[in-house]
Design a protein around this ligand. Structure first.
Ligand code: TLP
Length: 343
């Protein structure tokens, strides 16, 4: 099967499994796991932050950060296509009593600066207090688009001006840095906290890391424990994360090139239209024309018969995510499978 449903489907390579087997471990709740400590330090170093915290998932990373930044009854400014708003099971409301103040995400994944300014609550008896602004980079539902350092800096300035905190869902921040050809630390500099995932394009089996100031990370360590995310001999998986940062991070750009090849091939097929003519990073979102008899679900079933798995993101829309286990031949096979199914 050529699995393009997500970059979360990546399995550890034989080399990564060897590293896992040999990992030095200890009890991380006591702060005694050397591999976890190393991963947290290395992550913080890569992102230019004081400290890091290893977290079981991206969802828990965002949640732990938001619960630490915000008290019950406060408000977070968030895009209407943000992963936290759409796909994190309403955790901030259910577990944090936090209200999402939703603004429209523009096509390029940004929130309008004027929209953000207007959404910040006044010091009024009736208003919930605004505590946090969040952005997502790359922006998943906006096509894997990368937000620039300049835009992020502008949002950071608004946050500072109003004494708000600023969190970045950087699940795929290294894809953004690779696409923009900038140092990832530059992209996240204005944010108080940033979460990135090891278990997506980086190809590790489990885990995300939250980075920020040491005092914030210390408080979030407690939040993580409260959520049941305090792990014990987690060095087994942290070692895979360290391997991913060293060996797989430089390969992300190849995924972007293959996504571009895939888009080029699919864009030439009648009845298919790309959301982005050239995919910004490793995601290809594509729409099926109304004239075609098959909808996305039916097309996906036929593609599955041909050995290709795609994500369904709308009645007539797919998402395909290129990752470390997809090679040039796979790209060709996927294009051919679409041609066969739609001919
Ligand atoms: N995204 C998954 C699905 O949940 C949609 C995917 O296949 O893309 N932030 C962003 C921007 C994400 O894309 C995801 C996962 C997360 C957070 C959550 O990470 P996990 O799955 O580790 O909880």
């Amino acid at each position: 099967m050529i699995d393009l449903r997500s970059d979360t489907v990546t399995k550890p390579s034989p080399e990564m499994r060897e590293v896992i087997a040999k990992a030095a471990v200890g009890d991380d709740v006591y702060g005694e796991d050397p591999s976890v400590n190393l991963l947290e330090e290395e992550s913080a170093r890569l992102l230019g932050k004081e400290a890091g915290l290893f977290i079981p998932s991206g969802t828990m990373g965002n949640l732990a950060a938001m619960l630490t930044h915000c008290e019950r009854g406060s408000e977070i400014i968030l895009g209407d296509k943000a992963h936290t708003f759409l796909y994190e099971v309403g955790g901030i409301a259910a577990l944090g009593g936090i209200q999402a103040h939703i603004l429209p995400n523009q096509q390029d994944g940004t929130l309008g600066l004027e929209d953000i300014r207007k959404a910040i609550r006044m010091d009024d008896i009736h208003d919930p207090p605004t505590r946090l602004i969040t952005l997502e980079n790359t922006h998943n539902r906006c096509g894997g688009v990368a937000l620039t350092g300049e835009y992020t800096r502008q949002v950071g300035e608004i946050a500072k001006e109003h004494q708000l905190k600023f969190h970045l869902d950087g699940a795929r921040i290294f894809n953004a840095a690779a696409a923009l050809k900038v140092n990832p630390a530059e992209l996240v500099e204005p944010a108080d906290s940033v979460m990135f995932c090891l278990s997506k394009g980086l190809g590790a089996p489990v885990g995300s890391v939250l980075c920020g100031e040491a005092a914030f990370i210390k408080r979030t360590r407690k939040t993580r424990k409260m959520l049941g995310g305090g792990m014990r001999q987690a060095g087994m998986i942290a070692a895979a994360g360290l391997y991913a940062l060293e060996k797989n991070l430089p390969l992300l750009i190849q995924d972007h090139q293959r996504a571009a090849d895939l888009a080029r091939g699919l864009g030439g097929i009648e009845g298919l239209t790309l959301e982005h003519e050239k995919p910004p990073t490793n995601m290809v979102y594509i729409n099926l024309a109304r004239e075609l008899l098959l909808n996305a679900e039916e097309t996906a079933l036929k593609l599955k018969d041909k050995g290709v798995l795609v994500g369904i993101t709308g009645e007539r829309q797919f998402r395909m995510v290129v990752h470390i286990w997809i090679n040039d031949q796979d790209v060709e096979k996927v294009i051919q499978a679409f041609k066969d199914v739609l001919s």
